[in-house]
Structure formats: C-alpha cells, structure tokens
Design a protein around this ligand. Structure first.
Ligand code: ADP
Ligand code: MG
Length: 254
C-alpha cells in the first residue's frame, strides 16, 4: 500500500505529539494514557467503536477539552502549559465536526468571512477573496449567497471545510465528517478530503470510512476503551490486524 504523494516538505517537529494523555469525566477515565504523534503532512485516521474516546482525544488536541494529565505538543508548543497562548495555537488548527456547525442565519460567504475578519483581522475584501478561493476548491463557487438550510448536508459539510481552510490552518482535525450524511453525499466530501491530503495537509481524521482510511491514511490508529490498541500502516492495521479487539471491530465494519 503506497501513501499518496505529498508535495509539501515535512519538518522534523511533529505536528501533534501526545504523551501519557489521561482524561477523566468525574470518576470515568475515558482516555487512559494515550501516546501518539502526527508528523507534518501525515494523514492519521482514528477508528474504533462508539465511546472509545476518539472525539475526546481530538477535542483535547485543540483544548476544546482540558486534559486531566499528560502533555500535548502542537508544532512543538505545549498546549497543556498554562502560559501558552491557546488562541494562537488554535488558529493553526482547523476543525470539522459531524454536525457542520455553520451559522444558519448567515450566507455561505459570510460564514467563511466571519472568523477571518474577527480572529485574523483580515479586511473584508481580503476575507472575501480567500473565501471565494476556498469555495471554488470545494466546488461551491456558485453558492456563496445561499443560506445553509438551502444546501444539502454534503454541501454544508464542504462549506464547513472551506470555512476551516479559510483560516489557513497548518493542520485539520475531522471528527466523523461524513457520519451525518446520506450515503450518496459521502463521496463528494471524502473526495475533497483526499484532495487536501494530496496537497500535503496534515490531517487527523476520526472516521468509519475504512476505504478512505486505507486509501488516504498514512497511519491508522485503532482505539478501544480509552487506549490505543493498535496502530500502523493501513495495510497492517486494516489488512492484517494483530489484536483480537481490532479483529473483532473490523469484522463488524468491513
Ligand atoms: P467516541 O468519539 O469514540 O464515540 P467519546 O470521546 O465521545 O467517544 O466518549 C468517550 C467516553 O466519554 C464515553 O463514555 C462518553 O460517554 C464519555 N463522555 C464524552 N464526553 C463527555 C462529557 N462531556 N461528559 C461526560 N462524559 C463524556
Ligand atoms: Mg465521537
């Protein structure tokens, strides 16, 4: 299995490095000592049963959740250090959720411009230019004046991706980006994500789309019960899993 060719050079500093991450909700330990890294330009797919801690892990990486203990470095910056400027680090990380989270009362264009102007302090003209570029990239150049409710789920998710890209992130985190979509709309969203990967975007993708993980992933991480049970190349983890829990999970989804 060969990974997609990457155009961008990779740097030595990992994009994301997590060590001994623990997360409790009350007495419930949902992450039980997670260690992993994502290198610049890599696509890491995270798979595993519902409740295994995938979303919590992703949300810890941009500090939507506070880790209970452990260290998370984003491009070498310790985001668990209270001194760190979290907003600065977060602005390098694009996040796409299962539910697209677009602002319903704003047009597509306005959805793409808002954070650019507010957070990055771009002028309206510059924000519009960047927005149009990214809308074209996701194949929705014609829909800039539409409201989210008038778009299909797949189009809304592509807008959400374009909105994240408009912030010029160094990396993108996707949490089951196609799970809320009708089956016939999944392919368009996956195609956009594949394009992004080919361009060299660093990506961490929680997904049940094993075809995507196999074709686009550089690495697959299988989580169960708050731990990483197995990780490796897609060929190894999906094609020749070593752990019984991985085998059992894959037998249900493949
Ligand atoms: P996954 O994304 O793999 O389905 P999650 O990370 O969403 O798993 O959840 C892992 C565990 O943490 C589950 O048992 C879930 O019920 C629990 N959990 C997630 N978010 C919260 C929360 N905000 N408060 C309490 N428990 C939570
Ligand atoms: Mg989840």
């Amino acid at each position: 299995m060969t990974a997609l060719s990457k155009e961008q050079p990779t740097s030595d500093v990992p994009a994301i490095e997590v060590s001994q991450l623990h997360k409790y909700y009350g007495d419930n330990e949902v992450l039980k000592g997670i260690d992993f890294r994502v290198d610049a330009g890599q696509v890491v797919c995270v798979i595993g049963p519902s409740g295994s801690g995938k979303s919590t892990l992703l949300r810890c990486v941009n500090r939507l959740e506070d880790p209970t203990s452990g260290r998370i470095l984003v491009e070498g910056i310790d985001i668990t250090d209270p001194e760190t400027d979290l907003d600065a680090v977060r602005s390098r990380i694009g996040m796409v959720f299962q539910q697209f989270n677009l602002f319903p009362h704003m047009t597509v264009l306005k959805n793409l411009c808002l954070a650019q102007q507010k957070v990055l302090k771009r002028s309206r003209a510059e924000a519009v230019e960047v927005a149009r570029l990214n809308l074209a990239k996701v194949g929705l150049a014609e829909r800039e004046n539409a409201y989210p409710a008038h778009l299909s789920g797949g189009q809304q998710q592509r807008v959400a991706i374009a909105r994240a890209l408009s912030m010029n992130p160094d990396m993108m985190l996707f949490d089951e980006p196609t799970s809320a979509l009708d089956p016939e709309l999944v392919g368009d969203v996956l195609a956009i994500m594949k394009d992004l990967a080919t361009e060299g975007m660093t990506m961490m993708v929680v997904t049940h789309e094993m075809g995507f993980a196999r074709e686009v992933g550089d690495k697959v991480v299988f989580m169960d019960g708050g731990v990483i049970v197995e990780e490796g190349t897609p060929a190894a983890v999906l094609g020749d899993p070593q752990n019984e829990r991985t085998k059992s999970f894959l037998s249900k989804v493949l």
